[in-house]
Design a protein around this ligand. Structure first.
Ligand code: TNX
Length: 533
């Protein structure tokens, strides 16, 4: 809390801000309406400047006033069902802590309203941007799409005190400082990957992770659904994939899988938060779990034992067999049918058992299958060894240089392990996690530019950024959160905010301000010594 000296003429304003934002300070201010002599100058505490993550494109504070949410405040939706749904979600977030009814309605001439409005002509805001204008009598969020409104609502949340995240009533004033924000993302793909194969996570746990992504305006959830240790998605035409391939996980404890209906629940939950699910079925390597039920696609034709270790690179589907492509066809067809998003991730990483020709031929055959089912293919960086169709996305993870020139229309998704791998230990004292890419502290995750990371891959060839979390050593969702937080919001800002607007010393302050929210939400996090918590 800082203090500022205000002249008598700004007293009304000051009193307002004071009541709105700092509760107790109201006593120190002489009301303007008081008959007592008005002092020439009074000192009142003033709300700290907003500390937002990710940093918005522009933010202008409009004096010392504030909008105060009260029992009379309404939420107005101007723009169809999706806008009404976003408004309803906002109301649901604000009701428990405030205890106010916060009725959702069509635009009305209400005196204290938060209005979400779609405006097709605001093309300056792009597909996902928004404008947020807060004044003492109104809050206005404007966007071209419901996704933009949703992102604006996330900013609104961060402008409120952290207690707004509480699920029980908190008696305090709910002020939002008067300001104008215009905000447009840098990249269209701002993602996180969750490995549910090495350790399995429940639908509810995945949804909790989606909630964190959405808070920081991330818009892709890449699910790593199969690996040597487990096959985690029901394929109805190939029931043995899960029947035999899902029963264990790393360490030997029992695993699990999502039925198609459960996968649908995850997809829907994500969609409601404007997050696109990108399913990955990793092939031709990382395929052991599938071979248990369908040994005919193994070159040995013998079913392997379930694998509960963490070595990589040793298994493969038999790439020269027609039966392999019949199985892949079944899998891709069903995954395409249950995935509304445009992407299918084929993995393609860490294959040590094939010749380069076999590998490239395999990727091209899978690419045809994926295209036939109407999806855009994504794969780990190794797939650039094949002839890729325009539109394909190659996900960088370890390359320091481009080994194969990018084919026309192919883009790269940036997940350099020493910056974006959330399963790397923070430092030598971090218990969970791996360290093959080095220790990754919060600043490492923050200080890099996806647009210049790889020579020859400029900003226009970069699809965006993604933070993978591999779960070989992560036995529960609380450990996942411990490694994700606070590096995930760092990567979210790398993907959203303009490079020139990102400054570490400023980010660490803004990041520190997020922690009370995580505590209120029950999200675990690492108390990095780099952050002034
Ligand atoms: C490399 S990154 C892998 C994964 C491991 C991860 C552990 C990539 C495409 N493959 O199989 O889980 O390292 O950090």
């Amino acid at each position: 809390m800082s203090s500022r000296v205000l002249s008598a003429s700004s007293l009304r304003t000051a009193a307002f801000a004071c009541v709105a934002l700092v509760g107790a300070c109201a006593r120190t201010v002489t009301p303007v309406t008081s008959p007592a002599p008005t002092p020439a100058r009074v000192t009142v505490p003033v709300f700290n400047p907003p500390r937002l993550v990710p940093q918005p494109s522009s933010l202008t504070i409009a004096g010392d006033t504030a909008f105060v949410i009260t029992a009379q405040t309404t939420i107005e939706a101007d723009g169809g069902d999706e806008t009404a749904r976003v408004a309803t979600m906002l109301a649901a977030r604000l009701r428990p802590a405030t205890g106010f009814p916060l009725l959702v309605s069509a635009p009305a001439a209400a005196t204290s309203s938060i209005r979400l409005a779609l405006r097709a002509d605001r093309t300056d805001l792009g597909e996902e941007g928004y404008e947020l204008i807060v004044r003492p009598d109104s809050v206005r969020v404007v966007a071209v799409t419901p996704a933009g409104l949703f992102h604006g609502v996330q900013t609104l949340r961060q402008l409120l005190p952290p207690e707004i995240e509480s699920d029980v009533r908190v008696g305090r004033p709910w002020g939002i400082p008067s300001l104008t924000i215009r905000d447009v993302p840098r990249f269209g793909w701002r993602g996180a990957m969750l490995d549910v194969a090495r350790h399995f996570f429940t639908v509810r746990e995945v949804e909790q992770y989606i909630d964190i992504l959405a808070m920081y305006k991330m818009n892709r959830l890449h699910l790593h659904l199969s690996d040597d240790q487990g096959w985690r998605i029901e394929i109805r035409s190939r029931p043995l994939l899960t029947e035999k391939g899902s029963v264990t996980q790393v360490g030997g404890r029992s695993g699990g899988f999502y039925t198609q209906q459960e996968y649908g629940e995850i997809v829907r939950y994500a969609q409601e938060r404007f997050v696109t699910v990108v399913p990955e079925i990793d092939m031709p390597g990382h395929f052991n779990a599938a071979l248990i039920g369908y040994p005919e696609v193994a070159c040995s034709r013998r079913p392997p034992a379930p694998f509960t270790g963490i070595d990589v690179g040793w298994s493969t589907i038999c790439v020269d067999s027609a039966q392999s492509y019949a199985l892949i066809e079944d899998v891709v067809r069903e995954m395409a049918a249950i995935t509304p998003g445009p992407y299918f991730h084929m993995g393609g990483d860490e294959v040590e058992t094939l010749t380069p020709e076999q590998y490239a031929g395999f990727v091209q055959r899978v690419q045809e299958i994926v295209a036939r089912h109407g999806k855009t293919m994504v794969g780990w960086e190794e797939i650039t060894a094949a002839q890729l169709m325009p539109g394909t996305i190659a996900q960088l993870w370890r390359a320091d240089s481009l080994r194969h020139p990018l084919a026309p229309g192919v883009k790269m998704l940036m997940s350099p392990a020493r910056k974006a791998y959330l399963d790397m230990k923070y430092d030598p004292t971090t218990e969970p996690g791996l360290r093959w890419a080095g220790y990754v502290e919060v600043r490492d995750s923050y200080d890099w530019d996806p647009g210049t990371w790889l020579r020859g891959v400029g900003e226009n060839r970069v699809a965006g950024v993604e933070a993978p979390i591999w779960t070989e050593t992560l036995r529960n969702i609380s450990v996942v959160e411990y490694l994700a937080m606070p590096r995930l919001p760092a990567i979210a800002e790398v993907g959203w905010s303009a490079q020139g607007s990102r400054v570490w010393d400023d980010f660490r302050e803004r990041l520190a301000a997020q922690a009370p929210r995580w505590r209120t939400l029950g999200v675990n996090y690492y108390r990095s010594a780099q952050i002034p918590w």
